[in-house]
Design a protein around this ligand. Structure first.
Ligand code: HGY
Ligand code: MN
Ligand code: MN
Ligand code: MN
Length: 400
């Protein structure tokens, strides 16, 4: 197995946590292009250079540690949710660093990467989508965060570091180690999940426009209340999804903004996020039809106008069989009988990379299944087992 050093790996995981440590449990606040995010990426670049890798930032802030010749790529993302866990993305990034170091020592070419804005301050998996060619740099630059800052303005904070996008052809494949972010491995007392496929996702912002008015003098039947537009729309999709969705289908409104946001004003504008995920592309498409029908009907019935913006559409992605086999062999060697194959309900950078390379993912358990929260955590022995499984698989695939 590659000569990985678990103590160094754990020390680096905790060092990465120190960039944007929230001071609550082990949580982090390290959104894309924030000061702690940029500082963490510069630290990673230094570690890559010390490991003998060629360090490169690409135009969107992703940081690469590149081995000579054709290499296996290992990594994930180091940006976090606004209230993030210390391991989401970070585990895969430090796994990549440790494997690249071990690879350099063993003469096995392994490159490392930390993609930018996987967590979607601007759009989920923006950095890897631009690198993968799913989204042009111009289109990405027009994306905005919830405060109205554009991706162009944010990435200008790293302009002095920006180099080229590495050519996908220099890599023979991609392995990403990630926390499960769900309850199944923890509940079963298992050490590892070998991912079979990554869920597809659709994400957009919906805005209803009505008539801003006085909350005391405007009779209910004469109102054109944008907030009621959202409520009526939500009821329609709940009723109509029943005939389409399966237990694994999920949909979320994670952000709502009423304008102008005063207790005594009937809101003239209501903007909210609408995100849905499923393993089946046709079901995602059918749900989009239902959503757009519900928007149009609601606007008509309540005398509102409506618009949708920022549509993100990524289809479900199967993992590469040979890479999965390498991870299964590693899991059986490190945690015999304590692993399973499972789909990913979370989106990952591997989805974007799969457009160019064979990819596969390894999950380690999340304590109580919690993620995207400061409580996110994983037992140390499970983190080290994940590193060892990845080392087994990387050695097989890098040598392939
Ligand atoms: O939302 C996701 O699935 C990813 O963790 N950003
Ligand atoms: Mn993640
Ligand atoms: Mn995440
Ligand atoms: Mn991810």
């Amino acid at each position: 197995m590659l000569p990985v050093n678990p103590e160094r790996f754990l020390a680096d995981l905790h060092h990465l946590r120190s960039f944007g440590a929230s001071g609550v449990l082990k949580g982090v606040v390290r959104p894309a292009f924030s000061d702690p995010d940029i500082a963490a990426r510069k630290w990673l670049a230094q570690q890559y250079a010390e490991a003998g890798l060629t360090t490169q930032f690409d135009p969107v802030g992703t940081v690469w540690g590149l081995a000579e010749g054709r290499s296996l790529l290992v990594g994930s993302h180091s940006d976090s949710q606004p209230e993030g866990g210390w391991l989401d993305g970070a585990l895969g990034v430090i796994c990549g660093l440790e494997l690249a170091r071990a690879g350099a020592e063993a003469g096995v070419p392994i490159s490392a990467v930390s993609f930018q804005d996987e967590e979607g301050r601007f759009g989920v998996t923006t950095g890897s989508r631009v690198w993968g060619g799913f989204t042009s740099l111009d289109d990405a630059d027009r994306l905005t965060d919830t405060s109205g800052t554009t991706f162009a303005e944010a990435r200008a904070r790293m302009a002095d570091l920006a180099g080229d996008f590495p050519d996908p052809k220099r890599f023979l494949g991609f392995l990403e180690c990630h926390i499960e972010q769900g309850p199944w491995l923890d509940k079963a007392g298992e050490a590892a999940g070998i991912v079979t496929s990554i869920v597809g996702i659709r994400d957009m912002r919906i805005t209803f426009h009505g008539q801003q008015n006085h909350a005391g003098t405007t009779p209910m039947h004469l109102r054109r209340d944008a907030y009621r537009g959202m409520l009526a729309y939500q009821q329609k999709i709940i009723d109509r999804f029943r005939n389409v969705v399966v237990p694994e289908t999920v949909w979320t409104t994670g952000h709502v903004e009423l304008y102008p946001g005063s207790h005594s004003i009937v809101p003239g504008r209501c903007t909210f996020s609408m995100q849905w995920r499923d393993g089946d592309r046709d079901r995602l498409e059918r749900m989009e039809e239902i959503i757009r029908e519900a928007i149009a009907e609601t606007a008509e019935e309540l005398g509102l106008t409506a618009e949708t913006t920022g549509m993100l559409a990524l289809d479900p992605v199967p993992m590469d069989p040979a890479f999965r086999k390498a991870l299964e062999t590693g899991a059986e060697a490190v945690a015999p009988g304590r692993w399973r194959s499972m789909p990913s309900g979370a989106l990952h950078d591997a989805t974007s990379v799969a457009a160019h390379l064979p990819v596969s993912m390894l999950f380690v358990p999340s304590i109580n299944g919690i993620s995207h929260a400061f409580e996110e955590d994983t037992a140390e022995e499970d983190l080290v087992a994940g590193l060892r499984i990845m080392a087994h698989a990387a050695e097989r695939m890098a040598g392939a």
